[in-house]
Each structure stands twice: as structure tokens, then as C-alpha cells.
Design a binder for this molecule. Structure first.
Ligand SMILES: Nc1ncnc2c1ncn2[C@@H]1O[C@H](COP(=O)(O)OP(=O)(O)OP(=O)(O)O)[C@@H](O)[C@H]1O
Length: 317
């Protein structure tokens, strides 16, 4: 197996008596898209700043691209900070190119790459505009492009979706997919589950500075069993005893539109259980259904389950 692009071992950060990040361990393979998720104040930005050696951990080790400090490999890393802002008077193409030259590109390479990025991500009409004339969202897109102009092996984006409208969020999702398709490793932090669900191979969920989950999206979904709701007037014993059915609960049906005697059942089934087989079994054993719904847990369900009340209070979507 190849060396991980990033490895955190027991990384901890304290501010006085308060532990902002508590013994985080992660290992991120090359070429993956990895999401840092967690409610406000969970410790995502602090973790990212420790990865970049902007902040020193109080305990634990960080290994980035084989180095003990991101500063030693800075030209191979691209970073979009949480606090965004660009030099306002510069032209859009020039600022992107400028960041490229800071990371080792020649002026010519940097200009060519800046113009090609602006073209690819729908900003070529703004190439000669000054940064101050851009909307906040456009400015943010320009800053994202500035962070990747030098084709970094590792791209770290702190809250890249915040402040973007849905169309530009899609453009950014595509950009992240393009980077991954190119073999670049992308880490991004977000509160919004849907971005993580669509983009990430793996996720880290932290809350109150501690890791509560690290794994694939499928592994996260498997934490909550799949749920089937069915309604019938028949005896469901043949379904109850099926292999793969974990538990069955009966619910009250008050609706007058249902036929008298209709009962509602909620079945929790194993991750590997195909709901079609349950449906087929109902049919074969003469259980006549007036409703059959199958729902798979979303990442949001899983994380509310793991983070609990805190997720609701902090508007964790
Ligand atoms: N310089 C500091 N001094 C004291 N406490 C701090 C400092 N920086 C961060 N914290 C605290 O550390 C915790 C983690 O903050 P951090 O910014 O890493 O969270 P986050 O997950 O990025 O949150 P958000 O999504 O709101 O940006 C918070 O409780 C924050 O108040």
C-alpha cells in the first residue's frame, strides 16, 4: 500500500483548559476526496490549521506528503482558508497567476494556467475585471482557483461551499471531481451533508474536538439500519421471521381512508438485505400490502444519530 498523503496521530490542540481537538487519528490515501464534517465549533478549522502547520499541536504528530511539516512541502499543497479575501485592486487572471508564481510556476506558466482555469470554470468573461468588482461568490471561486493553480498534490479547502449559490456549488463540486480525476487528493470541510454524500469517498466526523466517525459513506449509512414501512390487514409472521429482518414494530394507523383492520409495521433490516426480496416474500406468502416504503438512511440521519442534539442546535444540515 502506498504511503498516505496525510496522517494524523493523536493530534491534540488546547486553548488554556479547553481542548479544541482531542487525539485525532486519521490516514488519508492518495487520490481520495475526504470530507471533514462537524457542527460549528467542532474543531475542523483547528485541525486543518494544524495540518498546515499554521498552528502547532500540543500533542501528537502530523505527516503531510511524507514530511513532518506542511511548510517543507508547501509548493505541493493548495489551501483555501476559512477567512476568505483577495487583493482587491488586482485583475482576476493576475491574482490567480500571482498565487501560481508564489508556488513555483514561471510567470508564463502561471498566466496560461490562470486563463485556462477561468475558461474551464465559467469565469473567462471576468478575467480582466478587478477583484473588487466581483460578487462575493465569484470572488470565492477565484480564490479556489488561486489555491489550485499550481496543480498541488494535496488540496485543502476550508468551507469552500459557504456563500456560493446552488449553480456555483455545482461548479465547485465538478472542480473537486476534476481534481480527484487527476489523481490529486482533496480534503474539504463542510456543514452540508449533501456535498459530502455526493463527493467523498471517506469522511471524518468530529464533534467537540473528538472523532466520532471515520470511514466510507456506505459505512456511515450502515450505522443506521435500513427501514421498511408496510401496511397490511394480514398476519406478517412469515415476514417477521425472515433472515435479515432485525426488528419489527407496530404503529397505530388512525387514518380513516385505510380499510378497517389495516396495521402499519416498521421493519429494520440489515444493510445487505435487498428490500425487493422482502416485497417478493410478502407476495409469495400471501401478505397483501396497501403500502410498502423503503428508506435508506441519509448521511444527515446518521450524523444526527451520532452527534445527537448538538447537530440540531447547530443547524447541521
Ligand atoms: N484562538 C482560539 N482561542 C480559544 N479558543 C479557540 C481559538 N480558536 C478556536 N477556538 C475554539 O476551538 C473550538 C474549535 O474551533 P474551530 O474553529 O476549529 O471549529 P470549526 O469546526 O471549524 O467550526 P466552524 O464550523 O464554526 O468554523 C471552538 O470552540 C472555538 O471557539
Amino acid at each position: 500500500m502506498s504511503t498516505p498523503v496525510l496522517e494524523l496521530t493523536e493530534v491534540t490542540k488546547r486553548y488554556g483548559d479547553f481542548t479544541a481537538v482531542n487525539k485525532i487519528n486519521i490516514s488519508i490515501p492518495q487520490g481520495s476526496v475526504y470530507g471533514f464534517l462537524g457542527p460549528n465549533g467542532a474543531g475542523k478549522t483547528t485541525t486543518i490549521r494544524m495540518i498546515l502547520d499554521i498552528l502547532r499541536p500540543d500533542a501528537g504528530q502530523v505527516q503531510v506528503l511524507g514530511a513532518s511539516s506542511a511548510m517543507k512541502v508547501r509548493d505541493r499543497i493548495g489551501y483555501l482558508p476559512e477567512e476568505k479575501g483577495l487583493y482587491k485592486k488586482m485583475k482576476v487572471w493576475a491574482i490567480i497567476a500571482y498565487f501560481g508564481t508564489l508556488k513555483g510556476l514561471s510567470r508564463r506558466q502561471a498566466k496560461e494556467k490562470a486563463c485556462s482555469l477561468l475558461e474551464t470554470y465559467g469565469l473567462s468573461d471576468f478575467a480582466n475585471s478587478s477583484v473588487e468588482s466581483l460578487s462575493k461568490g465569484m470572488g470565492q471561486k477565484v480564490q479556489v482557483l488561486s489555491s489550485i493553480v499550481h496543480d498541488p498534490e494535496l488540496v485543502i479547502l476550508d468551507e469552500p461551499f459557504s456563500g456560493l449559490d446552488p449553480v456555483n456549488q455545482e461548479v465547485l463540486e465538478q472542480l473537486i471531481r476534476d481534481l480527484a480525476g487527476n489523481g490529486q487528493t482533496v480534503i474539504f470541510s463542510t456543514h452540508v451533508m449533501q456535498h459530502a454524500e455526493r463527493l467523498c469517498e471517506r469522511l471524518l466526523l468530529i464533534t467537540q474536538g473528538s472523532k466520532v466517525f471515520d470511514g466510507t459513506v456506505d459505512e456511515a449509512r450502515a450505522i443506521i439500519p435500513r427501514r421498511i414501512v408496510l401496511e397490511t390487514r394480514d398476519d406478517i409472521s412469515p415476514i417477521r421471521s425472515l433472515n435479515g429482518v432485525l426488528s419489527v414494530q407496530e404503529h397505530q394507523v388512525d387514518d380513516e381512508t385505510r380499510l378497517p383492520g389495516t396495521r402499519q409495521w416498521e421493519l429494520y433490516v440489515k444493510e445487505q438485505t435487498d428490500p425487493q426480496l422482502i416485497l417478493q416474500h410478502c407476495f409469495e406468502s400471501g401478505v397483501s400490502l396497501s403500502r410498502f416504503d423503503f428508506t435508506q438512511a441519509t448521511l444527515h440521519d446518521v450524523f444526527v444519530h451520532l452527534v445527537g442534539q448538538e447537530a440540531r442546535e447547530h443547524n447541521f444540515r
